[in-house]
Design a binder for this molecule. Sequence first.
Ligand code: TD3
Ligand code: ZN
Length: 309
Amino acid sequence: MALVTSRAMFAQALKSDYAVGAFNVNNMEIIQGIADAAKIENAPLILQVSAGARKYARPAYLVKLVEAAMEDTGLDIVLHLDHGEDFDICKKCVDDGFTSVMIDGSKHPFEENMALTKQVVEYAHAKGVSVEAELGKLAGIEDNINVDARSATFTDPDEAAEFVEKTGVDSLAIAIGTSHGAYKFKGEPFLDFERLQKIHALIPDTPLVLHGASTVLPDFVAKCNEFGGNIPGAQGVPEDMIRTAAKYGICKVNIDTDLRLAMTAEIRKYFIEHPAEFDPRKYLSPARDAIQAMVQHKIKNVLNASNKR
Ligand code: TD3
Ligand code: ZN
């Protein structure tokens, strides 16, 4: 067991119709819930850390918690930086022992995004670390659906091919209609699979990454709302759309919101049902169990990644 790069995992996933789950982590209970699920399902695993998570938990804790998960479960794990916004944070994570980093230059013009990505690729590859980049902008709930908005923000297939060739990046996050958070669609969910197929056809050897891929499980939303929460109208990417995406080159599926909802639903329920309890272990245990069950469900039924380790 070791911290490994995503290279071998993606090469395998690219050949089949499954995807590797990339789960965002912030603390011990989240890491344990996810790692235990991956172990039970014998699935490949990416644990990813955002800039916010790094600030919250502090780098030394996160790296050591992920190392502890690896030691405890015996799994190979990819430790990945999610949405690195500049060279500096990518360099820091490479130096800290991350095995994969994302440089998200999607807010910059095409040429600048390429230059920034190339700089990170050069540094990371010299240290054996793999790099994910992003091209196109994830749709917000306001700017989705109409065709003009689509071509303005979604990933252009020809640009994607040029980008990968010129930067030497290992994997590419694409925009086809998903967005971060619990409010992904106002009406009917829509993902531009035609565009995804075009991208995959042009760069068939490049693992593609789907951000904003939480399904926003209705049971968790209902439980949050039942026990004092207020998250009306939450809607995610339907499970069958994730399965379809995995057939068209999506090798990495990013999930954060579903973890947050699982954890929050259980803690809310516990607080309402046990008002006299004040031992954090009492409410964090069911939260950790809920994360484990949810991640097992994803691996088995949505990512199709059971026994793919
Ligand atoms: O990169 N991430 C995680 C950080 C976004 C904050 O939620 C994702 O693409 C996950 O997206 P989702 O669908 O879980 O919000
Ligand atoms: Zn993301």
